[in-house]
Design a protein around this ligand. Structure first.
Ligand code: F0G
Length: 470
């Protein structure tokens, strides 16, 4: 097996490997079913990875959401759950952690990220207003649209090019933003929807300089900036690694500075914050907080639990503090990069540079003979599962959905299959097995046929759509 060189991980000379800053205390057995059984399971699931049973999966790289391993400290915290309906002590611990590490004033817990997206979209978007963002995310855009907003992509062009090596492909393009304000007027912009390590672009970061400039721009136009902080810790790592002046700053300090350029944030705590369930919303504006606190009791639960058990809030509070430790982030991204470098070493097309939370296979270049409406990324996910029981996720035309106005598919430029790495769960040997399976599927690429969609749900279709082989 070829060892990747992790020059970017601070190696000086010779071979000095990094390793995880933890050891394993408890294990969960894995099982691999036979190829014939996988064939049956795949057909029963309509070639949709979301419809597979988890026990039919060997290595599960569907998502990094809620799939991380909690630490012994977090599990100990679970025993300290204060399950009072109102005023649980764990809420105050969560509030203190968000204030300390993200720096926002007011905190509302929610059951997960989309609960927070729902509340913020309803409170901050007036019907017909535009919501510029650095690339769409499925649930984020849907909540903005359900609140009457019109999403406008203002990410830099490099983000849509899987081969561009630009170090901050998540950046906002100010020409696009300025053109939108000129066309629609600042009063018709609800807010700028800014995301750290942009998921649909392959986990690509936003630079500190871009966030700072966005703050200045927004102040000039009287427009708010809200941050999707879901993978903002990972974004902070890339700033530390790539941006002038940040090499010696701890991740925690970078995170706090970045958040300081925004007016508030929503969070899927299931990612960076290292828990299996949870989310939160945090803002600095008291009037908006009042509105959110009022809304949360309608949709989630009282404002001191927001759909979570006290023990869950405790696990988030502890997870936040663990998540910003430099050695944790370094090994987390180091593992993702290890997989990426194995694949690029074998000439397999992936999104470059390797992002924060996963390796994104470039299905367009993998299957150039398939049209986009033959679902190349979905096809690739199905082939990988068949080959080895590895589960990945489509992030292409199926995920993009349809334009609510015209009813046509959105045809995203990026047609990707995401190998998403849960935090603190799999070993380097698992990464080797995954890489070898991708290679096998790659070698059979010319013989591979695409898929057709035979069932399509109305909202977020990728979760439940069914496909058949062409
Ligand atoms: N924002 C981003 C950037 C996300 O990646 C997600 C979820 C959400 C918001 C919504 O949060 O799932 O807690 O309701 N992403 C998962 C994924 C589903 O697999 O990428 P949620």
């Amino acid at each position: 097996m070829k060892q990747p060189t992790l020059k970017t991980m601070g190696q000086q000379s010779g071979r000095r490997s990094w390793a995880e800053p933890w050891k394993i205390k408890m294990v969960e057995p894995l099982r691999m079913i036979s190829r014939a059984e996988r064939e049956t399971a795949l057909i029963e699931a309509g070639h949709n990875m979301f419809l597979l049973k988890s026990e039919d999966v060997y290595i599960d790289l569907l998502t990094d959401s809620g799939t991380s391993a909690m630490s012994d400290r977090q599990w100990a915290g679970m025993m300290l759950g204060d399950e009072a309906y109102a005023g649980s002590r764990n809420f105050y611990n969560l509030e203190a952690a968000v204030r300390a590490y993200y720096g926002y004033k007011y905190v509302v817990p929610t059951h997960q990220g989309r609960g927070a997206e729902h509340l913020l979209s309803q409170a901050a978007i007036k019907r017909g207003q535009h919501v510029p963002g650095n690339m769409y995310f499925t649930t984020t855009r849907l909540h903005q649209e359900l609140a009457g907003g019109i999403f406008v992509d203002v990410i830099i062009d490099e983000a849509h090019d899987s081969q561009s090596l630009y170090p901050f492909k998540g950046n906002v393009d100010f020409d696009k933003l300025e053109a939108l304000v000129e066309r629609e007027g600042a009063e018709n912009i609800a807010y700028v929807s800014l995301a750290g390590t942009v998921n649909m672009a392959g986990g690509q970061p936003v630079s500190m300089a871009n966030a700072r400039a966005l703050r200045e721009w927004s102040d000039r136009h009287g427009i708010k900036v809200y941050l999707d902080a879901t993978r903002m810790v990972e974004n902070a790592f890339f700033i530390q690694e790539r941006e002038e002046g940040y090499a010696d700053k701890p991740i925690a300090a970078i995170l706090k500075e970045f958040c300081g350029y925004t007016d508030g944030a929503w969070m899927s705590a299931k990612k960076d914050n290292l828990v299996n369930i949870g989310g939160w919303l945090a803002v600095n504006d008291e009037a908006l907080f009042d509105e959110l606190r009022n809304q949360v009791v309608v949709f989630e639960g009282l404002h001191t639990y927001g759909g979570l058990a006290g023990r869950d809030m405790e696990a988030i509070a502890i997870g936040i503090a663990e998540s910003v430790q430099d050695d944790h982030v370094r090994s987390r991204i180091g593992q993702v990069r290890y997989l990426g470098e194995l694949l690029t070493g074998w000439g397999i097309p992936i999104v470059l540079p390797v992002g924060g939370h996963g390796v994104f296979l470039d299905a367009r270049r993998f299957y150039p003979h398939l049209r986009q409406d033959q679902f190349p990324a979905q096809t690739l996910a199905a082939e990988l599962y068949l080959d080895s029981g590895v589960r990945s996720m489509e992030r292409g035309i199926a995920s993009a959905g349809r334009d609510p106005k015209t009813g046509d598919h959105y045809y995203p430029q990026l047609e990707l299959t995401r190998l998403t790495i849960p935090r603190r769960v799999y070993t380097q040997a698992h990464m080797d097995v995954v890489a070898e399976s991708v290679l096998t599927v790659y070698q059979a690429r010319e013989r591979t046929r695409g898929l057709k969609m035979v069932y399509e749900p109305k909202y977020l279709r990728f979760f439940q759509a069914r496909f058949e082989r062409l």
